[in-house]
Design a protein around this ligand. Structure first.
Ligand code: AHG
Ligand code: MN
Ligand code: MN
Length: 333
């Protein structure tokens, strides 16, 4: 079998479709290299003293883990000097990070969740990194928060890595979704899923049911129907999975289908997940794999963001089931 590497895939995309100019390729290669470094630290675990709390809170008021901080530093340092970026923003930094003056600035904006699934770090369950790339608005030389407030439909690329039994990277540059596996000994990302397609229907749902009392009626109705199984209106038995790392739950859905929900509810009034560096990149990846991504009432990629760290309700995965839930929202009015 011909081994296609990450770089080769990007070069071929540019040749075929003009979607990955050299500046974007350099940026994606730097991100992929940073994910390799994070994967290495994650893999060392206790041996490298990377587990446990950092003793600080992030902008969302959440206690940071050492690996949240380390991963953020790795991504910031790797992406400061390459010349592709105008600025970057992260879950772990309140304000956008400006490219140091000693380096040239480029045309892209990078957003990331450096370490997704923080609650799973210390228990040796899959975690990951999520990223989203936008173009910096024309004529902006000092990007501020407002430069990042673009609907997800404007993303030029998005991806995520999962640090699991193997380390994988999922990517879209707007023409389908593909997956790479890290060959740890050689140190290269190898294209292992040249065409990811989410099955349109599913028998698997993912939601944190401890929030059930807070759910809006359409979500309650849908989950009740899943649980009713063969005897209920959906006419089939469902299984449930909830890893509590969005990267792992979405990777499963990309692999064998399913529906993932973290809806806005009575407790999480705006939702739990962050729009710009969790929901948007995942929505882009899922749509490019033939799935759907919705707030319940709106396509996620069409949402106009109002704040850098804005949260949003997320319902994504197999298109038939996402459409069904949207239908329940519409009926509930
Ligand atoms: P993060 O670790 O970046 O804060 O994100 C965690 C997210 C997401 O990965 C996961 O789906 C969800 O939070 C889990 O939330 P619960 O702990 O409420 O289940
Ligand atoms: Mn996250
Ligand atoms: Mn995180």
């Amino acid at each position: 079998m011909r081994r296609v590497t990450f770089t080769q895939y990007l070069v071929e995309q540019e040749r075929k479709r003009k979607t990955v100019p050299a500046e974007l390729r350099l940026l994606l290669e730097v991100i992929a290299r940073a994910c390799k470094a994070i994967s290495h630290a994650v893999g060392k675990g206790e041996l490298a003293d990377v587990l446990g709390a950092a003793g600080t809170d992030n902008v969302q008021g959440e206690a940071q883990k050492k690996l949240d901080v380390i991963s953020n530093e790795v991504l910031v340092e790797a992406n400061s000097w390459g010349g592709s970026l105008a600025a970057m923003a992260s879950e772990e930094m309140e304000e956008p990070y400006q490219i140091p003056n000693e380096y040239p600035k480029g045309r892209y904006l990078l957003l990331f969740d450096p370490l997704d699934g923080s609650s799973n770090i210390d228990v040796n369950v899959s975690i990951g990194t999520i990223f989203s790339i936008l173009e910096c608005p024309p004529d902006v030389t000092e990007p501020d928060e407002s430069s990042f407030l673009q609907p997800g439909a404007r993303q030029v690329a998005a991806g995520f890595a999962v640090y699991g039994p193997s380390t994988v990277m999922v990517l879209t540059v707007g023409h389908g979704t593909v997956g790479f596996t890290l060959d740890r000994e050689v140190g290269t990302w190898v294209l292992t899923q040249p065409r990811i397609e989410i099955p349109v229907s599913t028998k698997e749902f993912a939601i944190n049911t401890s929030n059930a009392r807070n759910w809006p009626a359409p979500v309650r109705r849908y989950i009740d129907e899943c649980v009713a199984g063969k005897d209920g209106p959906l006419g089939k038995d469902f299984n449930m999975r909830w890893v509590a790392s969005m990267v792992a739950d979405v990777y499963r859905i990309l692999t064998r289908g399913g529906i993932f929900m973290y809806p806005a509810d009575a407790k999480h009034k705006e939702g739990r997940l962050r729009l710009l560096y969790e929901a948007n990149p995942m929505a882009f990846i899922v749509e490019q794999a033939g799935g759907a991504a919705s707030t319940g009432t709106q396509r996620i990629l069409d949402v106009q963001p109002g704040k850098l760290h804005q949260r949003i309700g997320v319902i994504l995965g197999s298109s038939e089931e996402v459409r069904r839930v949207e239908g329940y929202y519409a009926q509930a009015g």
